[in-house]
Design a protein around this ligand. Sequence first.
Ligand SMILES: *Cc1c(COP(=O)(O)O)cnc(C)c1O
Length: 364
Amino acid sequence: MNEGSLLPCPRLEIHLAKLSHNAATLITRLNKKGIAVTAVTKATLGMPEIAAMWLQAGAAGLGDARIENIRSMRNSEHLNLQDQSPMSLIRTPMLSQVAQVVQYADISLNTEISVLTRLSKEAQKINRHHGVILMVEIGDLREGILPEQLESVVRHALCLPNIRFLGIGANLACRSGVAPDQRNMDQLSELANLLDRTFGTIVKVVSAGNSANLNWALSSMDLGRVNHLRLGEALLLGCEPLQRKRVEDLHTDAFTLVAEVIEVGIKPAKPWGCIAQAAFGETKSNKLKGNITQAILAIGRQDTDHEGLLAPEGIGILSASSDHLVISISKPHPPIHVGETVSFQLNYSALLRSMTSPFVSRAF
Ligand SMILES: *Cc1c(COP(=O)(O)O)cnc(C)c1O
């Protein structure tokens, strides 16, 4: 679209002011309802500039699914984590990583007694306390202790030296798409009440879920014991993941993926020859006929998820291989030339892959 420039391509352009607006708006709205927010950095590869901005915008802490990201944020000069902002590992720790987990994370989400026991041992070794939130299965069938087993796991956790039981949590809409609603959220609150009745007041945190919980959290008149959410997508992309609708007043265009044109020409829309499998299996036929203006961008599956890209008007995404993205160009888009760039918006899947690709550079 624009002139060939000397900026590296492909690149992700990150609009920090828009991200900051999203975070401040959403966190303030939730804080008013008594909900604290852990900002989830995993889709940004633990990018310290974004993490620091989230803490400034009011996040109560940072969360990531990878201990490697947590370690790099700990070591970053952009982040002053000496303050009160805890770092949480939001995936159940691998036994092989528990020593790193107690060293770099303040809190982890857990479901396994064997892991809790090892966390306790490693925490004792370095004379630290490690906070744990126990995840409960309430229907999505990813991580979680079955409700009927929760009491016994909590009893175990309470006896472990250097383990600080903080509360319970749940995660919905990830594996099976089960939506958070008043019924499953009430169940989580009930479990918190049950634990408090059994053990004395021990449940400080009830961490209800991820961005998919937003609609419920912002509209429900009865949040019960829920006082915490872990948010990534909504802060980054300004939308909630159940219907992929924009959250009121948030920006959905804080990220842009820019790729460079390496070939343009008029070509037949249909391939010819005997059609077998393509590089990635599928041989999708398109509905285009006759000749089209086709271009190749120097970006591919190693750099992003092409199915999650939103193209400018007049540009169609035809297919992608490891290193090439084939597009069609028609009106109202102006003609494009080799060396020029095309910009896309991204969904969560495309953003995650672009952020974690070593081939995609970042520009603020
Ligand atoms: C990724 C993740 C989140 C954040 O999810 P978003 O949809 O990006 O808000 C929260 N909790 C857990 C356990 C996760 O794995």
